[in-house]
Each structure stands twice: as structure tokens, then as C-alpha cells.
Design a protein around this ligand. Sequence first.
Ligand code: PLP
Length: 384
Amino acid sequence: MRVVERVERIKPFYVMEFLEIAKAKEKEGIDIIHMEVGEPDFDVSKEIKEKAHEGIEKNIFHYTHSLGMVELREAISEYYRNVEGLYVSPERIIITSGTSGAFLLLFLCLLDQTKTLVFSDPGYPCYRNLAILCGSKILPIPVDEKTNYMITPESLEAFGAKPDVLVLASPSNPTGTVYTEEIIREVYEYLKEGGGILIVDEIYKDLIYDCEIKTALSISDEIIVVNGFSKTHAMTGFRVGWMVVPSHLVKPIQKCSQNVFICPPSISQYAALCAFSSKEQLLAVKKEFKRRRDFLVKELLSLGFSIPYLPQGAFYIYAGIEKWKMDSMDFCRRALSEAHVAITPGYDFGDYQAQTHVRFSYAQKMDKIEEGTKRLKAWLKTIT
Ligand SMILES: Cc1ncc(COP(=O)(O)O)c(C=O)c1O
């Protein structure tokens, strides 16, 4: 029996395929520099580890409340108060199985075959794929350096977009774009006029290097914000995230959550209770990522890559490979097999200019990044 059409329509994550090929090469004894995956290279803090151990000792193994542990929802409310000076009621905070879980629940509640999800191209691929799995129509909006890779009301108008739901990430994956408060406000107003809903993915919000920006929740209670512990706290495998939603959406989302997940993972929620206390680690991590970004941008530019927009956050550089007149899939395959450097082709993030772009992740130790650029330099000489 064939799988249904909506599954046929979604693309695999090329980054995972490249990772698997890279891992197979490593098994053969080949040393690979990984700049493909978006996973922090540092470990979770001592506090988080100790809390996870404590959770095991205390037998925190049972189902929790379907909306998440009350203590964690309160801790997140406290985080908004401390960091943003904003009161967010714990009642509007829903804990999820990673931010991926949040997106699935939101799309299940907000999208169907009569609705359209709008997102940027390039953009994080799961928005598109989850929307397709939910039976929704999709409208990718091509973005480039002219708007610093931001969706704007003008670009929405140009595409005649009437979004039921629009999702944007700030900072974004793969371009590291940080939306200005002004643009988020304008996009929100544009959507409001047509009865659309704005979701802002703030998973990289605490990894912004050159500017300060407030959460989109400070613009309106009607904006949905998704965030999580994976990137900032290196808790990718714990699978815990959260969303803040308008009060009227809590019940419908809860109903879906009970059926799909029952609850988010208990030990992970318990460990996350300590995540906000490790402020020094976060500051050190931010400083280190900025150092890597500055180094890698400079090196890539000198090698001939084009980087028209300096990424302001997250840990990615979206670089143009126009100079080598090679398709990005071939470029990445050859970089892996000939230079032993793993990077991600633009095709993972959409169609627009995908053939001329690749993504570098600098969530990798500095000495590896240095080695990676040396290898690329030597390899690029052989193809120019
Ligand atoms: C923009 C963005 N949102 C969401 C996620 C999903 O993160 P998680 O499900 O681990 O919270 C990722 C992961 O790479 C991402 O880049």
C-alpha cells in the first residue's frame, strides 16, 4: 500500500541525509568537519544535569498536566518578567514536546484545506512540511538581501497574500535575520486587517549578537510566540519547548495535545526548571557564537562566497556560491566527498535561489571551523 499523497508531497531534511553520509564516512575512518547541523556543540549546564538527576531520584516519571508542569509554566512567566519586563500569564503558556510539538499543535488547530500558511523562502522547512501534513494550502514568499531576508507588508501585497496564518522566525534559520520591531508590527497589522494570525518563532531569540529586540508578545497578546530550550540551553534531545497563545486558544490546543502527546516529557520538563538559572553560561555561549560568526563570515567572504546580509542571530550563515557556477546540491556533495566538510544545500530551505546558496552552521568548535575553512580553501582552488 502506498503512503498518502500529503506524505509524498513533503521533502526529507537534506541536512539529515548529509549528516548520515558524513557519519558513514567517519565510520570508514575519514575525519569530517561538521558545519551542517543546527545543534549547539556545548553541553547542558551543571544545574540542568543535576535537576535531571534529581527528577530521576524523585521518580518524576508520570504523565504531567497536558499543558505542562505548572512550575515550568510559572518559571517561563518569570523569565518574561525578568528578561522582557513583561507579564505573561502562566495560563497562556503551554509546554510542548520541543517547539516542533508546538508547531504541530498550532497547525492542527489553525490550518486545514480551506486555509493558507504563509512563510518565507528561504525559511525553516518544517513550517511548510507540517502545514502540508495538516492538509493546508501554502504560500512561500521569496525573500532576499533587499529586505535583509524579511517578509514585509509590501512583499505580502506583491504576492497578493491573504494569509490565514503567517509564521516568521526571528532570528531566522537559515539567514540569521532579526526582524525589527517595526516590521513585525506592520506585518501583524497587515494580517489583522484580513483576520490572519501571526506566529513568531523565537527559538533563537536569546542568541542575538549586535542588537537588542523585544519579544513579539510586547506588541500584542494576539501574537502567538513559540520558543524552546533546544538551542539556547543545548537541550535538543530533551524535547521541550513552549508557546504563548491568546487565552481562547488554550482549550482547543489542550484538546489536541492530550490526544497527540498526552503530555510533554516529564523529566525534561523537570530539568528545564533550572534552565533560566544558568545566566553566565548563556552569556559565555553568546560571546563564543559571535566570535565564531565574525571569524567565519570574514573567511567565507575571502574565499569568494557572497554574504550580503550579516546574520544578526542564531548560528547560521546563508552564503551565495554564484562564483563557482555549480548547483548547491552538487557543491555540498563535492565539499563532503572531496574536502570532507559537511554543509547544507539551499534546497533544504525552499526553492528561491536555493541552487545558488548553502548554509553553514557555526554551532561547532572554533578549531574545527578553522580547519573547515582551510579545507574549503584548498578544495575551492581545485574547482576554480
Ligand atoms: C527556526 C527553528 N524553529 C524550530 C526548530 C525546532 O526545534 P526543537 O523542536 O528542537 O525545539 C528549529 C530547529 O532547528 C529551528 O531552526
